[in-house]
Write a new protein. Structure first.
Length: 449
């Protein structure tokens, strides 16, 4: 840190003193990130990323020189930013590397930072600002409005596309050869155009399913798109292609994300342990791993309209689930969180039905609780060679299901799986074209325009 004397008349700066922000003997890699002066003008603070500390100095009011007070490191990890509240009593440190903000009390005599034990969980914080308080947000009213807007969408496209597409199984296990993933003609714009033509208003893509394979470059696992070297040499980002294509047509976007769980039906190779959709190094911290990956999805792709979470009740306590939901809302407050087969608004922002999974696969007649019904156009969620044209459901049946769901205060999320080339094709494409034509010729279709 360098202190300068400022000459107002000429606007010139004259160096007074330069002091290190790191302790003697420290040999690791570190860089400064933020510097702030206490509102009282008596103390200066600077953050060190690498040494993971806040350096504290006393300012000589007569000379402008700095005298070292301390390095505070308690609970600090990659302090990208920090700020001092307007009263000068507290310092909040943004731990970009620990997904948290920690609070310190400032000693008014020495300027030293005293840990308070208070910590706020928030994804990758990089900036802290104090704002004048406005009218409080009525969270329940806002959530009710979001649900009402969601129900106006009525019809959505579910896209099960991931490693399972290439192995003729509904559940991948994580041991698949990445070279199998080879969508030579992948075209998210075609997916979006199929959805738009059928009057659908949103799409949901399986960005991570049971095997843990991620359709984006994740910093938290090697099971990601960088391993799919036969697709854009491992430099693709299907999540980005998806959101760009759908938003370009005015469609809302959602991400299906499968929590790590017990996937004993995923065709594990003999003698291999169930990875539970996790990299081995994260096996002891499911919740932390999930929060880190959701942070990536909710900070790198703009506003996400909904997160569709599967297996949220498999291996997780209610407090785990609420911690993760709170984390999501801290990143994107207006993102709806849907828990698969959640039949309580305490567990999910929308009542969730998987048709015809069980007796609750369809909302009851007269239902007024905001809901969504997910269903599939044929026998399997993922594209499968055993799924024949005769297995694809009739267009009239699909339209009747859409109408029934809408009458029961529910959206209809229809799964239409892309094939191994990365396209909606064959009997699936033909049926979607028939659905579009039928809707355009009916009152239901006119209402959806």
């Amino acid at each position: 840190v360098t202190a300068f004397a400022y000459e107002p008349a000429s606007g010139t700066l004259t160096e007074i003193q330069t002091v290190p922000t790191l302790p003697d003997g420290f040999t690791g890699s570190s860089s400064c990130a933020e510097v702030r002066v206490h509102p009282g003008g008596r103390f200066l603070y600077g953050s060190n990323r690498g040494h993971d500390s806040i350096a504290v100095y006393r300012i000589d009011p007569a000379k402008g020189t700095l005298r070292f007070v301390e390095h505070e490191r308690a609970g600090i990890k990659t302090p990208r930013n920090f700020n001092i509240d307007p009263t000068g009593k507290f310092c909040l440190v943004a731990n970009q590397g620990a997904d948290s903000v920690v609070v310190f009390k400032i000693d008014q005599k020495t300027g030293a930072l005293e840990p308070t034990g208070h910590k706020i969980s928030i994804g990758r914080p990089v900036c802290i600002r104090f704002l004048r308080a406005g009218p409080p947000v009525d969270m329940e009213a806002e959530r009710a409005a979001l649900r009402e807007d969601f129900l106006k969408l009525r019809f959505g496209l579910f896209l099960h596309f991931n490693m399972a597409t290439y192995v003729n199984r509904e559940w991948a296990n994580g041991y698949e050869d990445p070279a199998l993933f080879k969508p030579d003609r992948l075209n998210c714009e075609q997916w979006a155009e199929v959805a738009r033509a059928a009057g659908m208003k949103y799409g949901v893509l399986t960005v991570k399913h049971t095997g843990g394979w991620c359709l984006w470059d994740s910093d938290n696992t090697a099971h990601d798109i960088t391993r799919f070297t036969r697709y854009k040499n491992g430099k693709g980002d299907i999540v980005r292609e998806f959101v760009d294509a759908f938003r370009a047509r005015g469609l809302k976007v959602g991400f299906y994300y499968c929590f790590p769980g017990d996937f004993s039906r995923s065709g594990l190779p003999e003698g291999k342990p169930d990875l539970h959709g996790l990299p081995p190094e994260a096996a002891s911290d499911y919740v932390g791993f999930i929060k880190k990956q959701l942070t990536e999805l909710l900070t790198n792709y703009g506003p996400v309209d909904l997160l569709w979470i599967d297996q949220y009740s498999n291996k997780y306590t209610r407090s785990d689930w609420q911690e993760i939901r709170s984390h999501i809302k801290s990143l994107q407050r207006r993102c709806l969180v849907i828990g698969n087969n959640a039949h309580s608004l305490k567990e999910s922002d929308v009542y969730s039905c998987e048709y015809p999974w069980d007796s609750k696969g369809m909302p009851p007649e007269g239902n007024r609780t905001p809901a969504e019904v997910c269903d599939k156009i044929s026998r399997t969620w993922f594209w499968n060679t055993a799924d024949r044209p005769e297995h694809v459901r009739d267009a009239g049946q699909i339209v009747k299901m859409l109408k029934l769901c809408n009458e029961r205060n529910a959206n209809y999320l229809l799964n239409v799986p892309p094939d191994r080339d990365g396209l909606i094709s064959g009997a699936h494409l033909k049926r979607m074209q028939e659905i579009a034509a039928l809707l355009n010729a009916t009152k239901t279709g006119k209402d959806m325009k």
